[in-house]
Ligand binder design. Sequence first.
Ligand code: NAP
Length: 310
Amino acid sequence: MTDRRAIAIAGVGKIARDQHIPTIAADPNFRLAGTVSRHSTFDGVPAFTSLADLRTALPDVAAIAICTPPRGRLTLVREALALGLDVMLEKPPAATMSEAEALVAAAAASGSVLHVTWHSREAAAVEPARAWLAERTVRRVAVNWKEDVRVWHPGQEWIWEPGIGVFDPGINALSVVTRLLDGDLLLDRATLRFPANKAAPIAADLSLTGAEGVPIAVAFDFDQRGPQSWDIIVETDRGTLMLSHGASKMAVDGMAIDVPDTPEYARLYQRFAELIATRQSDTDLAPFRLVADAFLLGERETVGLFDWNG
Ligand code: NAP
């Protein structure tokens, strides 16, 4: 245990508890040394309410995983960089594109590593699918990313603040599609649906164009009851690829293809360890740029009231 790098977590909430804390516990490269959160703590782990206090008490902490909501990330990242910490950032990287670009620039100007993570890109079928697609010509892509906000973000009011809404899960799909397809994707049209009582969209349809004019139709919904769907379908000149269950499963023309079963967050931490070892940053903002474009270009529709208990 002693040669594991001491890491801290900022923002002890759902994703910290569901993924980061158990993943670090099983990771050969890291040990959880402390947390920084305004109210929450995790049993048995030293808890602080500021990064500066954590660093003073635990000077061996060399890295931090930031798991707070997107708003306010720039302040936290700047603070972490000033303390010389390497930084892993939960998706989405920030609340605005300017803020995301500023934190990438701040990291580049520091001696620290910044890992802007996209956990869905680490899903088991993404790299096998990318390899399969490399030998084919893509004809069209369809994305259906539909989940119930009540299940995945129970009571989280920050999700309805002006901004992210359904793009919080939707950006996961965009992170996979931008990895699968070479070249920039361009947003042509978007429709964003806002509940009458909320400042963020609960559903969105996007039309994008990939390289060589490939049409990409995207449907996001945050009000999906019953079975959830996180599917990406890619028609090619030689077969149709289906990624399902958040790109953890892969099928070609209806036949399942075996893929490795390493969990997303285990791969994320492995990648962070590699970036630290080589002193490189990974700061791709492409999925976030598409979300910003959707807000720039999107037509807005008002839909029924949202109710957490509805
Ligand atoms: P969450 O349950 O609300 O937890 C975030 C924690 O951050 C809170 O418990 C809070 O702890 C702290 N925090 C600091 N500033 C805050 C603020 N202004 N408003 C609210 N909380 C604040 O959220 P989460 O689901 O863990 O999501 C956090 C990040 O992880 C988001 O960017 C999200 O997209 C990403 N993520 C979430 C999931 C998921 O399934 N929920 C999956 C993958 C990624 P204190 O009150 O103690 O400060």
